[in-house]
Design a protein around this ligand. Structure first.
Ligand code: NAP
Length: 306
């Protein structure tokens, strides 16, 4: 693989930035990778393990001369970081991000991006419940989607180069409109995470069931919930605060359906339950028949990421 950007600056050195650094290194996609994080502790760990080529103290310093700048901090912190780096960006550079919500990031970052700098938001659909500079791994993006959300009129060459980077890091890339992205992610990721957080909270609340019993007798379902519910609290707080409308929309529909099923259970209407479950099973079969997924355990995925 050939070098796509002479210098890449990673702002934030957690799971996603760390995995990007390792994936870029795996395929030799960057001439130099410079990184920074908010705390001296994270910067020290990153330097100690050699996560990037050069660790610097500030975001302003990190972006100097960088051809690609990736904001890999919680969604709620993107605006402040963008304001800090704006005066130091190299003309012609590309600024991107990896935030889990796109409209809020565009609104927070967009106004700071100077003329002559390309802003191409992105979101890799890959992660684990781990965070911090030691949590990244080069394979995180392999066979995962990365959604690019370029504004209308974005420079096609800059978009193509970022697409090439994500593809070379192992991902499949598609472009999507920001609002649609936020709705799709509310359905596929954000609300499911909220349900997992709630379910684990409920289980903990039922003190009759000790922790060991919950884990000992749980099938994969609940154990998967506990894993998801161990995800970073800052990141997920920001996701819900910034994807408020889509999350509340989907959550409203979810609770309506839940109430309907609750009522069917209470009133003993087995036919309603049976029909509902038959319908959802048909949806799953339809997905497999359409070649969008496989019947294999764990969706036929290679191990490691969630
Ligand atoms: P992470 O491992 O917790 O790392 C976050 C990084 O951001 C750390 O280096 C942290 O610095 C820095 N940071 C935190 N708060 C900050 C602030 N207020 N100002 C400046 N820097 C700050 O997080 P991550 O999982 O890599 O997530 C980064 C981004 O990727 C988020 O926007 C998230 O929505 C998105 N994302 C996450 C996943 C996932 O599954 N984890 C998947 C796709 C996208 P310190 O260590 O010094 O505190």
């Amino acid at each position: 693989m050939s070098v796509l950007y002479d210098r890449v600056a990673l702002i934030g050195l957690g799971l996603i930035a760390g995995s990007m650094a390792l994936a870029m290194r795996r395929a030799q996609l960057a001439g130099e990778i410079v990184g920074t994080a908010r705390s001296a502790e994270t910067r020290a760990v990153a330097a100690e393990i050699g996560l990037v080529d050069r660790v610097v103290d500030t975001a302003a310093e990190a972006v100097q001369g960088a051809d690609l700048v990736v904001l890999a901090v919680p969604v709620g912190a993107m605006g402040a970081v963008a304001a800090e780096i704006a005066p130091h960006l190299k003309p012609g550079a590309t600024v991107s991000d990896v935030g889990s919500v796109k409209r809020a990031v565009i609104d927070a970052v967009g106004p700071h991006v100077p003329e002559g700098v390309h802003f191409i938001p992105a979101h890799p659909l890959a992660g684990t419940e781990h965070s911090g500079p030691r949590s990244g791994f080069a394979e995180l993006f392999d066979n995962r989607w990365c959604l690019l959300v370029p504004a209308e009129g974005s420079d096609p060459k800059a978009v193509d180069r970022l697409r090439a980077l994500w593809e070379a890091m192992g991902a499949s890339v598609e472009e999507m409109d920001a609002d649609h992205h936020d709705l799709v992610l509310a359905v596929t990721s954000h609300v499911p995470h909220l349900i997992a957080y709630t379910m684990v909270g409920v289980a903990d609340d039922l003190r009759r069931v000790t922790d060991s019993e919950v884990i000992k007798y749980s099938a994969a379902g609940f154990r998967d919930f506990t894993r998801i519910a161990a995800s970073d609290p800052t990141m997920w707080r920001d996701v819900f605060l910034t994807n408020k409308d889509a999350t509340l929309d989907i959550l409203g529909r979810f609770t309506e359906e839940l109430f309907a099923l609750q009522r069917a259970i209470r009133t003993g209407q087995g036919d309603i339950l049976f029909d509902y479950f038959t319908h959802t099973r048909a949806i799953r079969r339809g997905i497999i028949q359409a070649g969008q997924d496989t019947d294999a355990p764990d969706f036929g995925r290679a191990k490691k990421a969630n």
